[in-house]
Design a protein. Sequence first.
Length: 167
Amino acid sequence: MKLRVQVNDSEYFLDLQKNGRGTAYVVSGAESARGSASVEQVMPDVYSILDRDHSYVARLVRAKNSVEVWVGRQRFSLAVADPRDRLCNGKAVSAHGPQEIRALMPGKVVKLLVGVGDEVSAGDGVIIVEAMKMQNEMKAPKAGRIARVHVAEGNTVAAGEALLVVE
């Protein structure tokens, strides 16, 4: 399962794969991590998490479009969405700072719809990537200017690889 997660003011992509009794995870975005954890629901909205040698209890408080997660005395505000959606929590995922557009899965760059210096609006198509014999148009997460293009038409890309940066 692939998710786009906004934690406080940072955006991440989370890939979860069940593997027997645990769950393998890959986090990319503002920070990156990978590993495997055991997650068990012990009560409604209360989870026990074992990650390597660390144990956590996470308590969820659900709101309309977000979730507060309490781990000990730390509070995290989360908004979770399908990574193909450009909207999370009813607004642009993050309006501040540069935003990387990353490949959601391995594929091939079919067409670049923009170049360095081009102005884009939130939701404008910026690149088309073919994956699993389907062409997927990726959209600008916010209004801005294309600062960098990391790929060229015809390049193959790995899941999570940076494609473009919108400032």
